[in-house]
Design a protein around this ligand. Structure first.
Ligand SMILES: [Zn+2]
Length: 507
């Protein structure tokens, strides 16, 4: 298979560039994970979902991908939370790694190929720190080791920040007491306080600073120079800037060839005058959603679809109406797939049977034949998921249109529906949606909706029983009244050969 031409917006050069991997056909990618001291929030989920699409798509088009995503399991926040709870810090972080796996698993985010942890990479971190000291790029003061940012020529090249501007920005502020030679030097190694988790090092007992772990783990698992480094936009400075200083300072070669950053999640709120405003989601402001909370109200496919509606580098607004819209769209896609299965079955084709021969319906033939190229082109253009969703929408619309007819489908309609299903499956594999059995997904969507609308399924079932009894007594008027009552609640009932079923109306 020929690999498509992929373009990536690289934050280091600040331009969209053709993607040329270091080794043809192979992609090495490192993404910064989470400091595991609490449940993940929807901002983390956005980063994880996006890079899940990157790795899914690259594999789908034929790349051999090695994806590394770390867990920060040693950190100030972990240590203080563990002390509060009287728990071992590494046990606490493992507990939250398991919670993260569970939430991301529900969102259809696959595990990375390697998920390294700080606590198992201390020798690599110590060795890198030693090299930086030998090269004059770091210094030890009282058991702590700091990076000497003024000695690294390229410092600031990713974030565009100049040390001189940063100095000007901080003048007049009262300085904290520090042993650092220069205020913007950052810690590579921190000496241990009494009773804290620590490891032996040439500078005494201590633990790594935050930034050094990613340089050491990326180097260990991907080599000194690799293809893609990613993370949330908030990591550009100082985290990624410092990673570059550490890795390029140590190995004297370019660190990552492409830098990709995912935009923040904002929330839509009303101010005191009732005007809609957007705010950055933050724990301290209280406008904060954990992945788990969001999963209580919305289907994983709908959450992913919501994320895919924005270009990844831009901010996205977490608002009920946006999740609602994504839910309706998800239901529409699954209803289309369910109806295609139903109609194919009516035409004599069982669920797993193929319809490979015959002509497509002429009016849809171009859209279907060009689908794969158009879909791949959309994601090849800096992973343009909104465009990819639009391309998916075009084929779903065809499936929807054909299945509106209750007549026995003609051979060209059968062939067309089958191809629509294949196109939707291709989109689903790259975007991580529409991978469930359609009727099962519709039941999941229905149950979530019942919760949100605060409906009681037992009440619905008993209304249906009442209506069936009325109809058995030929009291059609009462039967219709009950149907209308349910309809007003958003419940649609369907009489079939196996009895009456119900669903929540979407849209
Ligand atoms: Zn990192």
């Amino acid at each position: 298979m020929d690999l498509p031409e992929i373009k990536i917006f690289d934050n280091l050069s600040n331009e969209k560039k053709a993607f040329v991997p270091i080794e043809p056909g192979k992609v090495k990618m490192y993404v910064c994970g989470v400091t595991v001291y609490d449940l993940t929030h929807i901002g983390h989920a956005r980063v994880f979902i996006f890079f899940d699409v990157v790795q899914r798509f690259l594999r789908e088009v034929g790349y051999d991908v090695k994806y590394v995503r770390n867990h920060t399991d040693v950190d100030d926040k972990i240590i203080s939370r563990a002390a509060e709870l009287g728990e071992d810090p590494l046990a606490l972080s493992q507990r939250f790694i398991d919670e993260l796996d569970s939430d991301m698993g529900r969102l259809g985010v696959a595990n990375a190929d390697v998920e390294p942890k700080v606590s198992t990479h201390i020798p690599q971190i110590v060795s890198m720190t030693e090299t930086l000291i030998e090269k004059g790029l770091a210094y030890e003061k009282g058991g702590d080791v700091y990076y000497r940012v003024r000695s690294f020529e390229g410092y600031g090249k990713l974030s565009g920040r100049k040390l001189s501007d940063m100095e000007a920005g901080r003048s007049g502020r009262v300085d904290e007491p520090t042993e650092k030679e220069y205020p913007f030097d950052f810690a590579l190694w921190k000496s241990a306080k009494e009773g804290e988790i620590s490891w032996d090092s040439p500078w005494g007992k201590g633990r790594p600073g935050w930034h050094i772990e990613c340089s050491a783990m990326a180097g260990e698992h991907l080599g000194h120079n690799f293809d893609i480094h990613g993370g949330g936009r908030d990591l550009i400075f100082p985290h990624h800037e410092n990673e570059i200083a550490q890795s390029e300072g140590t190995h004297e070669c370019s660190f990552s060839n492409y830098w990709m950053h995912v935009g923040m999640v904002n929330t839509a709120e009303l101010d005191s005058d009732g005007n809609k405003i957007e705010r950055k989601m933050s724990k301290s402001l209280g406008n904060f959603w954990t992945t788990r909370d969001v999963l209580k109200g919305y289907h994983p496919d709908a959450i992913r679809l919501f994320m895919h509606t924005s270009q990844y580098s831009k901010p996205i607004t977490y608002a009920e109406e946006n999740l609602e819209e994504a839910t309706l769209r998800t239901a529409y896609f699954y209803e289309t797939l369910s109806r295609i299965d139903e109609t194919l079955e009516r035409g004599g084709i069982a669920k797993n049977q193929t319809v490979d021969a015959g002509e497509l319906m002429p009016e849809f033939s171009d859209t279907i034949s060009n689908f794969s190229d158009n879909f791949i082109m959309a994601l090849s253009d800096d992973f343009n998921t909104p465009k990819a969703i639009a391309v998916l929408g075009e084929v779903a619309k065809i499936g929807n249109e054909i299945t509106q007819s209750k007549k026995k489908p003609k051979p060209d309609a059968m062939r067309t529906m089958y191809e629509v299903k294949k196109c939707m499956a291709q989109a689903g594999r790259s975007l991580g949606i529409l991978e469930r059995e359609p009727n099962q997904a519709l039941i999941e969507l229905r149950d979530l909706r019942v919760n949100i609308l605060n409906l009681d399924p037992k009440m619905i079932e008993s209304k249906i029983a009442e209506r069936n009894a009325a109809r058995a007594n030929k009291d059609w008027a009462l039967g219709d009244t009950i149907r209308d009552e349910l309809d007003a609640l958003g419940v649609e009932i369907m009489d079939g050969s196996d009895g009456t079923t119900w669903r929540i109306k979407f849209g």
